[in-house]
Design a protein around this ligand. Structure first.
Ligand code: RTP
Ligand code: MG
Length: 136
């Protein structure tokens, strides 16, 4: 069954010129692009997106980071798209968790600056797609 998931190339990924690399990996995996936009996240959008982390030690820094420069928001679709993109991304910590061959494992060094976001469940994907692409 086809799924949709929300992907962000975070500001560090845009700054480092890795947008094409990320999209290329998505396409080579066989997933399709359903929406794509270069944009900035305002505070309210970032707070909504990361609401589950409110109150955690890294939350304020995370909001500063995500609102700190342009990012690329995408909706991608395909069979098991949610898990498939999480597999492409690798674990949250680019060194401790992500393995080589994944986006974070190949290009990341620090847990905050881990280049990409991918929705973690069907419910998260639906919620996040509404935040970033309300008309989709
Ligand atoms: P994401 O939501 O961005 O796809 O990442 P994730 O599911 O792999 O990780 P999550 O636990 O949801 O954390 C969200 C983002 O917060 C930053 N973070 N910093 N300093 C820290 O200890 C820390 N922990 C998490 C990362 O940018 C992480 O992707
Ligand atoms: Mg997450």
């Amino acid at each position: 069954m086809s799924e949709r998931t929300l992907v962000l190339v975070k500001p560090d990924g845009v700054e480092r010129g890795l947008v094409g690399e990320v999209i290329s990996r998505i396409e080579r995996k066989g997933l399709k692009l359903a929406a794509l936009e270069l944009r900035s996240a305002d505070r309210a959008t970032a707070e909504q997106h990361y609401a589950e982390h409110e109150g955690k030690g890294f939350y304020e820094g995370l909001l500063d980071f995500i609102t700190g420069g342009p990012l690329v928001a995408l909706v991608i679709e395909g069979p098991r798209a949610i898990a498939a993109f999480r597999q492409l991304a690798g674990g949250t910590d680019p060194v401790e968790k992500a393995t080589p061959g994944t986006i974070r494992g190949d290009f990341g060094l620090e847990v905050q600056f881990n280049l990409v976001h991918g929705s973690d469940s069907v419910e998260s994907a639906e919620r996040e797609i509404k935040i970033w692409f309300p008309t989709l």
